[in-house]
Design a protein around this ligand. Sequence first.
Ligand code: 1HE
Length: 265
Amino acid sequence: MSSLNPFVALPASLTAERQDRVAILRLNRPHKRNALDDATVLGIETFFSVLPDDVGAVMLVGEGEHFSAGLDLSELGELDLQQGIAHSGLWHRAFGRLQFGKAPVVAVLHGAVVGGGLELAAAAHVRVAERSAYYALPEGSRGIYVGGGGSVRLPRLIGLSRVMDMMLTGRTFSAEEGQAMGLTTYLVDQDKGFAKGFELAMRIADNAPLTNFAVTQALPRIAEMEPAAGYATEALMAAIAQADEGAKARLKDFLEKRAPKVTFT
Ligand code: 1HE
């Protein structure tokens, strides 16, 4: 058992810790390649439901050689139709909590990022890959289908045709290919993912909370709206963000030359 919040215990397959304002959630079932069983998925839902208010960003990482082998296939065999729908619903809830929770999430990917593991990664807000990462949707070869929101998030992320290719032919994409197609936005050498992810998470935690809210909650919804509704919602969000006292202080800092300039690094 490990707990981030003293009142909430997580399953043994997950560990959580704090470093500064960053909470680190680790898939910790390496002997099963971080396969996601029900307890783990429920634990993910719980973790994101009780995240303390002072956590500014979350890192999601995997212990061992692989980020995640996806759904724990040993648990699926006995489900009937109704239970199958409920099972997928659990994944949708848990990953929805992650995507639309209190704090932005940076996922660090390495080794196998497959099936439900890829669906989990797709729910994060920023993805960092180490060069060992590879991506696959082996559902087709297992006679099943994605159930963790992959049909919704993955086509938006990498395009419908690639998702179809992965599911129909078992195609695997490398870390470099994943980076080129926008699945990840950072690609780093082996064992450098944690440091990069932590640096990014700390930067995110430094942002005005309202801006992080706008980016993680409003932006994805606005992007799905028809343009006229999108522009109106954007105007409201922009007005709310700039009216915040914290935002005004940040602008003043810049105008009075106390804030850093934008530089190319
Ligand atoms: C598992 C799982 C799993 C490993 N469920 N037990 N996902 C897949 O189809 C991927 C299946 N896994 C693999 O292809 C390989 O395990 C890996 C490429 C990820 C890693 O290979 P390797 O050689 O390092 O490990 P391994 O020897 O295959 O596995 C070590 C142990 O983990 C072994 O158990 P053991 O008791 O024999 O030691 C494996 O059985 C176990 N293991 N992966 C259960 N997935 C919401 S719908 C989502 C649908 C999906 O995610 S479908 C994709 C499922």
